[in-house]
Ligand binder design. Structure first.
Ligand SMILES: Nc1nc2c(c(=O)[nH]1)N=C([C@H](O)[C@@H](O)CO)CN2
Length: 120
């Protein structure tokens, strides 16, 4: 299956289970792989026949700015649902990294989810 991806998208969101985390937004890093049959877009050289990674990146930033989840699990699940519904994505893999949460974890901590069905 072809994929359109967004890697290392930095967004800000109010997120966290502790009181001090409810005060100010924190940085999240989004990695997103989206299944898509890009045959028609490639043949017709047509942006409207594919997933516009710029438009989806904007939507993710807007989603983050408006969100206030406690858990990264909740953030990831709701964001995945929004992308699937609004952009018609059949399958996606979404990693949400919270870079500052565990300072000793130099690569960050977070969640990785898959939603939808992979096309063959
Ligand atoms: N599986 C999770 N574990 C933790 C989360 C989370 O969202 N999912 N959140 C926290 C705190 O908010 C943490 O990020 C503060 O440093 C702890 N564990």
């Amino acid at each position: 299956m072809d994929q359109v991806f967004i890697n290392g998208l930095s967004v800000d969101a109010v997120i966290g289970v502790y009181d001090w985390e409810r005060i100010a937004p924190q940085r999240l890093i989004i990695d997103l792989d989206m299944g898509w049959d890009m045959a028609r877009a490639a043949a017709e050289d047509d942006i409207t026949a594919t997933l516009d990674y710029a438009a989806i990146s904007q939507r993710i930033a807007g989603f983050a700015a408006a969100s206030s989840c406690a858990l990264v699990e909740t953030f990831a699940d709701r964001l995945a649902s929004a992308i699937i519904c609004e952009f018609g994505v059949p399958w996606l893999r979404l990693r949400v990294t919270k870079p500052g949460a565990v300072p000793e974890a130099l690569g960050g901590v977070g969640v990785l989810i898959e939603r939808g069905a992979r096309l063959s």
